[in-house]
Design a protein around this ligand. Structure first.
Ligand SMILES: Cc1ncc(COP(=O)(O)O)c(C=O)c1O
Length: 414
């Protein structure tokens, strides 16, 4: 898309379930090959600047060749060359036409809803979403923009989704597996319901990433990503993206990037490109470590229950196995004694770090009821499974025996 098209021809994106999907030119390559090559070929893409790695182009403006030929990009608020490589790479990995970055995953969600919903419209979702997403859904959008969010009561039942959809529904939004309770939603079943009503399906693929789960192959139209988590993998970057039809991505760019400035800067984009090269190796190791940790916690007498889709007694274990190659590094577990019990365990950790994020190479824990999901009412937290004794654990890449030993000594303090 040229700058002229972006400026003068932009029309609001309208979902068309029958619109043909552009096949990406690298679609024949494997996931790991695309994680290393998508969006950038040395020499071909750099002209006289011969370079093996994608360069960090730290320029916020782009000179005109002629008075009447607007360069694209023209200004760092629209798009920058390094970030454009990351957009191509993420689109390629998710199997979408295009991508548009944002300053964080939360901002990517905001940009999407802000672009496609008008006052009086609604979005159908559940309480199984990340805390900032819930805050946008429960108060920011309804109070500021008159966009209603409808929370499905029984997300395991496709009819429950259908009941909430009406003529003003602009989007169905699913986070699976969800943060922090690892609820697994049947992507294909919900996609069928959404499509039967002419509504696009958004899947938040942050917790597993495309290395383990491919929602677009199961019917998702749009993907939400927090780059801050496993995609970058070590808490050095904050960023987000929407992957989806090119016209939608450019509509978002027009409405929220170009004029509002919600960008991911060149250095963070460049760092993410380096980290993506090891994404599938990391996700395999996160998953095998988390499986061992989940089995340990399940058998521990001080643990009331464990949420991890890789455990055979997880309510959606079979579905999880069908939908994803492995179950990733995120899990949560409940200790007795409510908030005091959780605090005791968290403060006793010696290796595991207490901080607000997940998807890091080092194991990290957090208390959702008092931190990320504190804005929910106690009834909503109960419905979402967020017990006061729930501890979220993002299992890192350490030797699993060391993570287990730290959990064991901390639980023994209870
Ligand atoms: C599943 C999920 N999606 C999106 C986000 C938002 O990401 P960010 O922290 O980059 O705003 C989060 C944050 O916790 C998340 O857990």
């Amino acid at each position: 898309m040229s700058q002229e098209e972006l400026f003068f021809m932009r029309k609001p994106w309208v979902y068309d379930p029958k619109a043909p999907k552009r096949r990406r030119p690298d679609a024949h390559l494997g996931f790991d090959t695309r994680a290393l090559h998508a969006g950038f070929r040395p020499l071909k893409d750099m002209g006289k600047f011969n370079t093996f790695t994608v360069p960090i182009i730290q320029s916020m403006t782009y000179p005109y060749e002629r008075f009447d030929k607007i360069p694209y990009p023209v200004y760092g608020r629209t798009k920058t060359p390094t970030a454009a490589v990351l957009e191509e790479r993420l689109a390629s990995l998710e199997g979408g036409e295009s991508a548009v970055l944002a300053g964080s995953g939360s901002q990517a969600l905001f940009n999407l809803i802000f672009t496609i919903a008008r006052p009086g419209d609604n979005v159908v979702t559940t309480l199984n979403t990340f805390g900032e997403g819930y805050k946008q859904a429960s108060s920011i959008f309804p109070e500021r923009c008159n966009v209603e969010f409808r929370f499905v009561k029984d997300p395991a039942n496709p009819d429950s989704w259908a009941e909430q959809i009406d003529k003003r529904t602009k989007l169905v939004w699913v986070e699976t597996p969800s943060n922090p309770c690892l609820f697994v939603t049947d992507i294909k079943a919900v996609a069928d319901v959404a499509h039967a009503h002419g509504v696009p399906l958004l899947v938040d693929n942050t917790t597993l990433t495309a290395a383990l789960q491919k929602p677009m192959e199961l019917g998702a139209d749009i993907i939400l990503l927090s780059i801050t988590k496993f995609l970058s993998g070590n808490a050095t970057v904050i960023g987000g993206a929407i992957v989806g039809p090119e016209d939608l991505c450019e509509d978002i760019r027009w409405n929220t990037t170009e004029f509002v400035g919600s960008i991911m800067d060149p250095l963070s984009s460049w760092l993410t490109l380096q980290y993506l090269e090891t994404l599938s190796l990391r996700m395999e190791r996160h998953s095998s470590n988390a499986q061992k940790v989940a089995e340990f916690l399940r058998d521990h007498p001080k643990v009331r229950w464990v949420n991890y889709p890789g455990l055979p007694d997880h309510p959606q274990h079979e579905l999880a196995k069908r939908q994803a190659k492995a179950q990733g590094g995120l899990l949560s577990f409940v200790v007795p004694g409510g908030i005091a019990g959780a605090a005791k365990v968290i403060d006793s950790f010696q290796l595991i770090i207490h901080a607000v994020t997940f998807g890091t190479s080092r194991t990290i824990c957090m208390h959702p009821a008092t931190i990320t999901h504190e804005h929910m009412t106690p009834e909503e937290r109960a419905a979402a499974g967020i017990d006061d004794g729930l501890i979220r654990l993002s299992v890192g890449l350490e030797d699993p025996e060391d993570i287990i030993a730290d959990l064991d000594q901390a639980l023994s303090r209870l």
